[in-house]
Design a protein around this ligand. Structure first.
Ligand code: 2RA
Length: 332
């Protein structure tokens, strides 16, 4: 029989994309259960013209459910994922809570899809910035053995959730109308600004978000010595992340050899003709499944390094698409 699927956090920005992605990819859903907090109970969402009413998430919500896609924050995953596993469910968790747990595979299917089968009930989805970056970095690693990267991210407000998307929209309108700008989500105005502050600061001066690239990259690429120095920046873009990367390799790399590797990489399109002003743009990569890479050039400050620019939809490859692809691996 087709699996009974639940989505925890169904009314959030990622949850809604999960429903759309299940439908668009014709995932064989036997039944869909939508779970959220009490304030969302009664809302109706559609899967293939079938209207489904959101139910309140409880510890008993998982009876008879085969796969539960979680995207409701780390505290909800911490509290409810074990109960879901106990009820016989396999959890695909988009939060950061279980990512570094040794018993939990952390998976980008195009990279380490085989790790899905090692699960003990929970499989973690990587941070969106990590997933999007690795879609270009991993093929290059396979060919040239990456040692370390230096990167800066340009992260869409969708990464903070629906309220942040609304904040950007509201602030732009307030500015255009000459009104006072109001802030509810970010510590500073995000419209016509950039914030070098994603997630919380650590004693080292990096943020938690910035360290995810190295921590998660090591686990996903099975590359324990991988190093990444990253600055994560929130930018006034709705739903696609972009990352500027300088990567240093063990084996000699060239733009031509890198281009050849990237042109064959799964889930990635090479958009690299700067002379024609063609390079990945977050405004246009939004709502696409594939990530895009461009601006390839030899790094002028590294002995054997390559610079590139990679962009991808934060709600899709950064979250909902990757989670559904993991679910697809589960039912293979
Ligand atoms: C962000 N990567 O963009 C984090 C969580 N989605 O805010």
């Amino acid at each position: 029989r087709n699996p009974h699927v639940a989505i925890v956090g169904a009314t959030g920005a990622v949850g809604i994309e999960m429903i759309k992605t299940l439908e668009k990819r014709n995932f064989p859903v036997g039944k869909l259960t939508l779970l959220a907090s009490a304030r969302s109970v009664g809302k109706k969402l559609k899967l293939k013209e079938q209207e489904i009413t959101v139910q309140e998430l409880t510890k008993d919500s998982f009876k008879g459910i085969d796969i539960a896609l979680f995207s409701a924050g780390g505290s909800i995953s911490k509290e409810f994922a074990p109960a879901a596993v106990k009820a016989g469910c396999v959890v695909v968790d988009n939060s950061s809570y279980f990512r570094m747990d040794d018993t939990v595979p952390l998976v980008v299917p195009e990279i380490n899809g085989a790790d899905v089968k090692k699960h003990k009930g929970i499989i973690a989805n990587p941070n969106c910035t990590t997933a999007i970056t690795l879609m270009a970095l991993y093929p290059l690693h396979q060919a040239f053995n990456v040692k370390r990267i230096f990167a800066s991210s340009y992260q869409a407000v969708s990464g903070t959730g629906a309220k942040a998307i609304e904040e950007l929209e509201r602030q732009v309108g307030q500015i255009v109308a000459g009104k006072t700008v109001t802030k509810e989500v970010y510590p500073h105005q995000i419209a016509f600004n950039v914030l070098p502050h994603v997630d919380s600061f650590l004693p080292t001066g990096y943020t938690k978000e910035e360290m995810k690239m190295e921590n998660e990259g090591r686990k996903i690429m099975h590359h324990a010595s991988f190093r990444a120095s990253v600055t994560c920046v929130r930018v006034p873009v709705y739903r696609a992340h972009s990352i500027a990367v300088s990567a240093e390799f063990e084996k000699p790399v060239s733009v031509e050899s890198a281009r050849l590797v990237l042109s064959k990489a799964p889930g990635l399109d090479l958009v690299d003709a700067p002379e024609k002003a063609e390079y990945p743009l977050p405004l246009y990569v939004a709502e696409k499944y594939n990530c895009q890479v461009g601006r390839l050039r030899m790094d002028c400050a590294l002995d054997n390094g390559l610079c590139f620019w990679v962009a991808g939809d934060q709600l899709l490859k950064g979250a909902a698409l990757n989670a559904v692809q993991i679910a697809e691996e589960l039912i293979k």
